[in-house]
Design a protein around this ligand. Structure first.
Ligand code: ATP
Ligand code: MG
Length: 232
């Protein structure tokens, strides 16, 4: 579904990603774990065509590099960016509809699907997102990304600042998206335990480079990694 090959990303003369390669199969959840500044958001921004890059990004074999962001979304990439980035003085419903701007599917059907996944968003359709809790805003952000009928969903730090119970709710929804809708999901996380509980494979990103990759099981056994990321 997604294949990234030899991707480097630049902010002016500063390089933020170095020769990053990764892949996600259809219907798979993978995770990219890394500390602050490792390049997780840059990686997602690069898939969306928002940074200056070299290398290749392919969606089902089709090259995305050089395409505009709206075209990339139209081709089936959904993005729930870091710290939600909602329109604070718009309602839940309007924030969701923003995500349907380039929707290929039927907007009402997508809205029903989002409401089924997150019943609270139906109850709070008229609430301004500025008055919502962090967990509710994360749900709006995921819902907004789903409104465009994506085949590939990129989720940047879905658990940041959230209580364990809300993290569990988010995890349930991400699994349902894979199992019931066949979505391919890439999550970027600092919360390695959350990432390992969801992902079949994990990539470790350090200072813009992939330094380890493997199944969740094999990485959890790596002692140096365990000490660095899991505290044991
Ligand atoms: N717009 C920008 N201009 C210049 N440098 C940037 C820009 N955005 C990010 N960077 C730099 O690129 C590097 C990677 O940042 P990035 O935001 O991708 O990391 P991250 O892994 O998402 O971190 P965090 O966990 O804090 O969100 C950092 O050194 C950062 O300072
Ligand atoms: Mg980030």
């Amino acid at each position: 579904m997604l294949e990234i090959q030899g991707l480097s990303a630049f902010y002016g003369r500063a390089q933020a990603l170095f020769d990053v390669s990764l892949r996600a199969e259809k219907g798979e959840i993978i995770a990219v774990i890394g500390a602050n500044g490792a390049g997780k958001s840059t990686l997602f921004d690069s898939v969306l065509g928002l940074t200056k890059t070299t290398g290749a990004v392919r969606l089902e074999g089709q090259d995305l590099t050089g395409q505009g962001s709206s075209e990339i979304v139209r081709r089936g990439v959904g993005y729930a960016p870091e710290r939600f980035n909602l329109f604070p003085y718009m309602t839940v419903r309007d924030n969701l509809l923003v995500g349907a701007y380039t929707a290929r599917g039927d907007i009402e059907t997508n809205l029903e699907m989002v409401h089924a996944l997150f019943p609270r968003l139906a109850e709070r359709a008229g609430q301004e997102t500025s008055t919502q809790s962090g967990g509710e805003r994360q749900m709006v952000s995921l819902g907004r990304a789903l409104m465009g009928s994506p085949r590939l969903l990129l989720v940047d730090e879905p658990t940041i600042g959230l209580a364990p119970k809300v993290c569990d709710e988010i995890a349930v929804v991400l699994r349902r998206l894979r199992d019931e809708f066949g979505l391919t999901v890439v999550i970027a996380e600092q919360n390695a335990n959350f990432a390992l509980s969801l992902a079949s494979r994990v990539y470790v990103l350090e200072s813009g480079r992939i330094t380890a990759e493997g199944t969740a099981e094999s990485l959890a056994k790596d002692e140096a990694l365990a000490a660095a990321y899991f505290g044991h």
